[in-house]
Design a binder for this molecule. Structure first.
Ligand code: PGA
Length: 254
């Protein structure tokens, strides 16, 4: 059975101590309240990764991840952080292709394919984000956009590597807007993603791929979203900055 995952994306929020404080609250609540087999992943800014990974030791269902990694192994890229560096501080995951990276930093599917390769080579599990803009949905292009993000971003991988990915569907119009995709809209795309994976890699890999929903997910709407057959958890932005809200979303799987 595929893994149920609730991942928090802190984005560029919280200073060092604020992040440590929030993470301590989260792991304590996780220990006391989250009784299922679900996995929580906190994707913090780089500066906290090492400390959070230390705090997470001993909690098999809590992991930490980065929000980006460079495509090169190392070299003269002032200000950048490599996958190897991220791995070396104890992080297990890395978000790649978030719509904010695509939009504000011009990250293309081609670049993201290279980032995915480097992350996998360094033993990080990518949480690979895909999703259409409002304009694309209104033009009824959303299925084509999702398909090309998959084909150009990750379908070059072999089966073994593909099986290490987590996919996150995040409609851009739902991120940070308070507007969520309805559970039917989300399920429709998640089912489509799984069908595309099955066509490329076969039923077994498709059935085992964790596909997260992201975009204004909160404790109120998570139960209905996560009840959909092809939604295996969430990638949570705003609500991951409040320990109570984040844990209540994790607990939907109890
Ligand atoms: P949001 O962000 O939950 O604040 O909409 C989700 C994301 O960007 O991953």
């Amino acid at each position: 059975m595929r893994k149920k995952i609730v991942a928090g994306n802190w984005k560029m929020n919280l200073d060092y101590n604020e992040g440590l404080g929030l993470f301590s609250e989260i792991i304590n609540m996780f220990k006391d309240e989250a009784t299922g087999k679900q996995q929580a992943v906190i994707c913090s800014p780089f500066i906290q990764l090492h400390s959070l990974a230390q705090l997470a030791k001993g909690y098999t269902n809590v992991a930490v991840g980065a929000q980006n990694a460079h495509q090169a192994e190392s070299g003269a890229y002032t200000g950048e952080i490599s996958a190897k560096m991220i791995k070396s501080v104890g992080a297990e995951y890395v978000i790649l292709g978030h719509s904010e990276r695509r939009q504000y930093f011009g990250e293309s599917n081609e670049l993201l394919a290279a980032k995915t390769d480097t992350a996998l080579k360094n033993d990080l599990k990518p949480i690979f984000c895909i999703g259409e803009t409002l304009q694309e949905r209104e033009a009824e292009e959303h299925f084509n956009i999702i398909k090309s993000q998959l084909v150009e971003g990750v379908f070059h991988l072999d089966e073994t590597d593909f099986a290490k990915l987590v996919i996150a569907y995040e409609p851009v119009w739902a991120i940070g807007t308070g507007v969520t995709a309805s559970s039917d809209q989300a399920q429709e795309i998640h089912a489509f993603i799984r069908i595309e994976i099955a066509a490329k890699y076969g039923q077994e890999i498709a059935a085992n791929t964790t596909i997260l929903y992201g975009g204004s997910c909160n404790p109120k709407n998570a139960p209905e979203l996560f009840a959909q057959p092809d939604i295996d958890g969430g990638l949570i932005g705003g609500a991951s900055l409040k320990s109570r809200d984040f844990i209540d979303i994790v607990k939907v799987f109890n």
